[in-house]
Design a protein around this ligand. Structure first.
Ligand SMILES: [Zn+2]
Length: 56
């Protein structure tokens, strides 16, 4: 049965590969959004080079 869901970022029909988003861009954006807000995601060792921001 057809699954009709929409990208929570831009409201376009979502693509199966990136569900519930419509594209990798929107998926990444969502990820960045909540990382920005909460910032508690365990960071992969590879990406741990710019973590010297201080929290306010
Ligand atoms: Zn989208």
């Amino acid at each position: 049965m057809p699954i009709k869901s929409r990208c929570p970022i831009c409201r376009k029909p979502s693509v199966q590969e990136f569900r519930p988003f419509c594209s990798r861009g929107c998926r990444d954006r969502d990820l960045i959004n909540w990382m920005d807000e909460d910032y508690r995601m365990p960071v992969a060792p590879d990406e741990q080079d710019s973590l010297d921001r201080e929290e306010g």
